[in-house]
Design a protein around this ligand. Structure first.
Ligand code: ZN
Length: 473
């Protein structure tokens, strides 16, 4: 995972931003660790050590740099060779799972023994689960201190510290500052009193923001999502106080995020959800390099580098919409989803599984079998029998979806790609794929073999290609 020392040192010496978050550089003479792009003077090689994660640098006794703020670096991209259980465990830790669960719960959930989980986590990040949990806790506390006016006791609660005093102690030890002086050092534009917070989400280049926003715009749900060329908003909740919107603005090299007060209590989950929708954790550099070797894709990769797979804010919603989208256009499928909200929702949000398990969606105008499939899916989700989430086991999810009459392999692959973030998912029965590749499904499957382990991203390039080919025909 970690390049050799000389390579790491060269990356550090040229302050290469594309390696931010992939590894960290720690300096023995100062006791501080940095991102690779830190503007501080390049330290002498003999004083530098490299770590695969911020947690590993912390475990070795280094303190985070106040200049480059390593806690704000993009997340380490998921390597396709990493075992699926570890990928799921790391996603769960990132969402704050360890704030209220034990390590053994995590191991059980991802189907490993505690020892195997620790061993494999160490192979990927340089440290075991407990240290990753501690690093996550510190990262959340620092973000909340930097971006909110929340009292320290609340920060402690949300980040997973036993008390305000323990946050104070940890911040003092690692930053040689008090939380108050850290706050004073940052000029914040936060609307004091509303409880809403603003923070930034970094982006690793290449990132094709216009592709992602265009994809989301064409599928936006009326009244729930609003998409302009540079802003994406999503309604999280509607109550007596009004509408609570989460909004994201494109800054050219990252995003500014406004989190409404109701979502601050679930900040780690909210940020993970946004990173999923915007697909911020993909390693586009490696993906594009791999796909550009294919004669069928090279032209499109060159034209539009950094295509991402917009993920699901809500897994159930995307699964229902995938069924609605079977054999119809995106416009028609979105129209059906909007009608579904108009008909069955009480608050203007997408109806949940319990509601949809009690109605016959086919009455909106679709083949009865499709309506039935949605009913069966909703029943299983409402009973807690299906996990439609990025932390689900994708192969289990694929099988359980295919067991529902009316859900075929196209829908299952599409859901695994957007909900479980399976980078290699490939619905070869997709009619756009068959058209662009001028082949039937088995032929498409054969052609796609060379695009593994990133066939989902190849699909995005094929979808892009079809819009270009349609424009020239
Ligand atoms: Zn630094």
């Amino acid at each position: 995972m970690l390049p050799d020392f000389d390579q790491c040192y060269q990356i550090l010496a040229r302050r290469d931003q594309s390696f931010d978050g992939r590894f960290f550089a720690a300096v023995s003479s100062t006791g501080i660790y940095c991102r690779t792009s830190c503007s501080a003077r390049t330290p002498l090689a003999r004083n530098v050590a490299f770590f695969a994660s911020a947690a590993a640098a912390l475990a070795a006794g280094y303190r985070p740099c106040l200049r480059c703020r390593p806690e704000m670096a993009p997340r380490q991209p998921e390597h396709p060779a990493t075992c699926a259980s570890i990928v799921r465990a790391l996603r769960l830790i990132d969402r704050g799972y360890l704030v209220d669960h034990r390590e053994t719960d995590l191991a059980t959930l991802v189907g490993l023994s505690a020892d195997a989980l620790n061993e494999q986590c160490t192979a990927v990040t340089g440290v075991g689960v407990a240290m990753l949990g501690k690093a996550h806790r510190l990262q959340m506390a620092k973000r909340l201190i930097d971006s909110s006016d929340l009292p320290l006791s609340r920060v402690a609660d949300l980040a997973g510290y036993p008390s305000a005093r323990s946050v104070q102690r940890e911040i003092g030890r690692l930053y040689s500052r008090t939380p108050t002086s850290l706050r004073q050092a940052r000029r914040r534009k936060n609307d004091r009193g509303s409880g809403e917070i603003t923070l930034t989400l970094p982006v690793r280049q290449p990132y094709n923001q216009s592709w992602v926003f265009d994809f989301l715009a064409r599928r936006a749900l009326r009244g729930v999502e609003e998409v302009s060329p540079t802003c994406y908003r999503r309604l999280l909740k509607r109550d007596a106080q009004g509408d609570h919107w989460l909004s994201v603005n494109w800054l050219g090299d990252g995003f500014s995020v406004r989190v409404p007060a109701c979502a601050v209590t679930r900040l780690a989950t909210t940020l993970a959800g946004l990173r999923r929708v915007l697909d911020l954790d993909a390693d586009s550099q490696s993906i594009d390099r791999h796909l550009a070797r294919s004669s069928m894709l090279s032209r499109w990769v060159e034209e539009q580098p950094g295509l991402r797979i917009p993920g699901a804010w809500d897994g159930f919603e995307i699964a229902v919409r995938a069924i609605l989208g079977q054999q119809v256009s995106v416009v028609r499928a979105t129209d059906l989803a909007n009608r579904l909200i108009d008909r069955y929702s009480n608050d203007g949000l997408f109806p949940d599984a319990a509601v949809l398990s009690r109605v016959n969606v086919a009455e909106l105008g679709m083949p009865g079998r499709r309506g039935q499939a949605i009913g069966l899916l909703a029943e299983q989700v409402a009973r807690g029998e299906m996990d439609l989430d990025e932390t689900a086991d994708a192969s289990v999810l694929q099988d359980s979806l295919c067991r529902i009459p009316g859900i075929g392999p196209w829908t299952a692959s599409y859901v695994c790609m957007r909900v479980a973030r399976q980078a290699d998912a490939f619905p070869e029965q997709d009619w756009v794929v068959m058209k662009v590749l001028q082949n039937k499904a088995p032929g498409c499957r054969r052609i796609a073999e060379e695009w593994r382990p990133w066939r989902g991203y190849a699909l995005m390039y094929l979808w892009y290609a079809s819009t270009q080919l349609a424009a020239t025909n």
